[in-house]
Design a protein around this ligand. Sequence first.
Ligand SMILES: [Ca+2]
Ligand SMILES: [Ca+2]
Ligand SMILES: [Ca+2]
Ligand SMILES: [Ca+2]
Length: 484
Amino acid sequence: MFGGEPLRASVTGSRLRRRAFESARWTRSIRWRGAAPCRASAVAFAIVAAGAECRALCPEVSLNSSLPVYQSGSTAGAPNNFAGTSCTDGYGGIGDDGGTAPERTFAFVAPFTGSYIIDTIGSAFDTVLYVRDGSCGGSQLACSDDIDPANLQSRVTVDLTAGQTIIIFVDGYMGASGTFNLNIALIPPNDNCFTPEAITSTPFTQTLDTANATVSEDDPIQSCSSHSDQVGTNSVWYSFTAPADGIVNVDTAGSTYDTVLTANTGECGLSTEVVYGCNDDASASDATSAISFAAVAGTTYTMEVTEYGDYGEGGILYFALDFLPAATPTPTATPIAPTATRTPTATASITSTPSRTPTQTPTLTHPPTQTQTPTPTPSPLPTSTPTVAASQAPTATWTATATASVTDTPSPTPTPSPTTTPRPCVGDCNADQRVLPGEVLRCVAIALGDDLLATCSACDANADGRVLPGEVLTAVDNALNGCR
Ligand SMILES: [Ca+2]
Ligand SMILES: [Ca+2]
Ligand SMILES: [Ca+2]
Ligand SMILES: [Ca+2]
């Protein structure tokens, strides 16, 4: 607080402060010399009498190392034995150093290596905050007077290694004192594109508090964001190198804030957004995000999660990534001919009826074996044979692959092959037995030559290495009517 005014600075206020700051230099140097040792125990805040000027025990309090740290107290009546140097003032200049105000001292041992944000947000007066390394007389690591012109509380960011001890000083601007909040939080280690969380096994999930994640200058545009700058805040990063061609599914389902999720390739700051690799809201009623994109073996993808817009609050992120390798086209005799098998439902009963009509042509193969319900009712309907011909597969590839099962053994009981493996569903890129619009679009892209077949081999119904319009239509049909 300055001059009893609210915690809001103005340009005029800043000028006044600077003048007061100059005059305070004198009083500080005088009082500095007059500092005397404490007589009584200065450990407990309450014991130190108001206005006491003594060398207090330092540090007075050892903080818990479990993050985040929230410590409150009051500097009123504390001794004034310390000051910072070159404390940032929020205008890009130097503010007050706390030399005329009482301060409290805290020891903190960093539990992890990383960047820590230490601030006095929530304090009731105009604070000054500085950090020294190792001991109360150690070298200063950082000092802040004001966070910004509109926020007279203080904030520093310091890089610490696990086990490192620092001393934190909560001081005041121009002699100010009062109740304070001291907050310590670890910036997520994957805050920056250059230090992503590397995902080495899938499925991968992580719960992360992104409240202290920051915006970096090279955070890229997220093309799907409807916000004006398309950058977002509180960005955190993950990386994944595809072990094979396949589909990568990423989502932030369950997160407590409005996320935007993108996948990129290339260097940080020069990256390219992956096709289908950006999503703001998973649905009209779900502000979390989900993407599914085709990955190429050996390519590293970096995923960025931001908070939509410029709120800058973050929250609890639930990040999940899974990888589905592309189905490798098997050269075995398993017939892949959905169009031929689908049409006439009558074929099921026809092929299974033990009618030993002499006109059993060898091409009368049992179409893809999966015909369930072999209805063993031995009704020898003679009318069955003509329709058989109608149901024959028109494609050459079909008969070629089916020759293995043609062996027209006279076994009258058509053993219903119990292999109930689900039929390959055209367009079902990630083999989840459904075809989503994105998968249809991928088939279209492959048919047009805009995408590699390796990104979704399920579009290629007959495994001839290309996707024709008929196969795209089959994928559309499967999207509309489900896989069958
Ligand atoms: Ca001080
Ligand atoms: Ca301040
Ligand atoms: Ca960030
Ligand atoms: Ca969103």
